[in-house]
Design a protein. Structure first.
Length: 354
């Protein structure tokens, strides 16, 4: 069955998989909805996007994605409130960041209406896939990659923009213990650390596995030059609370301008929490852990929103964080998720109704 929504062609699946899904027991990002959005760049321009049944992608072995890694992505969520209204959280920030990443990787930038109208059309077709259970959401993965062929080391002449969605339950990482990295780097000055490039994450897997082998769950990334400054937590931005001050590093060539990060900073300031956006050294964090002024550390990102850190390792020593009855992490996470799910007033204008 074909139809048109906002001039976007809709080709619906003949058989839905939705009745096969246990919506009460959803793992993160492992079950996929019935449809996806696809849009191709060729002949020097983006072609009209279409909503298609979720399906494999056929590529030539010489497609440049396989050889030169031109690939970028975003992470978003859609929510349903008690009245069945569908909401997004700061989607235009995701769109803008996708194009920032595209520019850095020599990928053609997307028109805003292709992104937003395409996303809305996809969500309208698959709206029954948006979970209603508290803590659940529809995870949204927009991505762009080089589909043009050739072994020459140059930007491709064809690209694919795709949005896939995955109904997901609450993201629980358990008690996370992290290892502060002393050798490997996530990114470098002048590099692509600020972009959501697939290769950034591929490069993290090996040092992260080394940390896992030592009994930790994640890595705290430090600067590439001296390894003296705290930068990110795994695939997330990081916040550190010393006494009653919340500290996070400034964005740069090396640090992703996280949307959850920006939201936490704005919300914390509005709630009267002292926030400092500045460089923070490993030695300052270790000293704070030793003298008892280190109260919290947590990662911030789309998937978990906020992921508390229970302890960290550095130079063969381990440091435990205190177990507090009331934390900035739990307070800020509830405030953000209440805004995302239309349970609280949105004075910031972050919520976007589909």
């Amino acid at each position: 069955m074909n139809s048109i929504i906002n001039d976007i062609e809709i080709i619906k699946t003949k058989t839905s998989k939705i009745n096969e899904v246990d919506f009460d027991n959803l793992k993160f990002g492992s079950v996929f909805s019935d449809h996806m959005l696809e849009c191709n760049f060729k002949d020097g321009k983006w072609q009209a996007p279409k909503v298609l049944p979720y399906q494999p992608i056929v590529l030539d072995p010489s497609a440049k994605i396989f050889h030169y890694g031109q690939s970028i992505f975003e992470g978003m969520k859609a929510y349903k409130d008690v009245d069945e209204n569908v909401w997004l959280f700061r989607p235009l920030d995701n769109f803008k960041r996708l194009n920032i990443s595209a520019k850095r990787l020599a990928i053609p930038e997307l028109p805003e209406n292709y992104f937003m109208d395409g996303l809305k059309a996809l969500l309208e077709v698959d709206q029954e896939w948006i979970p209603k259970k508290d803590g659940s959401s529809l995870y949204i993965r927009p991505f762009v990659f080089a589909s043009g062929n050739g072994f020459h080391a140059s930007p491709a002449d064809e690209y694919k923009f795709i949005i896939c969605t995955a109904p997901s339950g609450a993201y629980f990482a358990g008690e996370v213990r992290v290892l502060i990295e002393e050798k490997y780097s996530r990114s470098a000055n002048g590099g692509v650390g600020f972009a959501k490039a697939g290769g950034n994450y591929a490069g993290q897997f090996y040092p992260t596995q080394l940390a896992i082998d030592k009994g930790y769950q994640q890595v705290i990334w430090t600067d590439d030059n001296t390894h003296e400054y705290i930068e990110e937590a795994g695939a997330m931005n990081i916040f550190i609370r010393i006494n009653d001050t919340l500290i996070t590093g400034p964005t740069s060539d090396r640090i992703l301008d996280g949307i959850t990060r920006k939201s936490i900073i704005e919300l914390a300031k509005k709630e009267g929490i002292n926030v400092e956006v500045r460089k923070i050294t490993v030695s300052e964090v270790v000293e704070a852990a030793k003298n008892g002024s280190l109260k919290e550390m947590f990662g911030a990102g789309t998937a978990a929103v906020i992921s508390p850190i229970a302890g960290f390792g550095y130079k063969d020593a381990d440091y435990e964080l205190p177990k507090l009855d009331e934390t900035y992490a739990s307070f800020l996470k509830k405030r953000i998720t209440d805004i995302q799910t239309n349970k609280a007033e949105d004075i910031f204008g972050w919520r976007y109704q589909v």
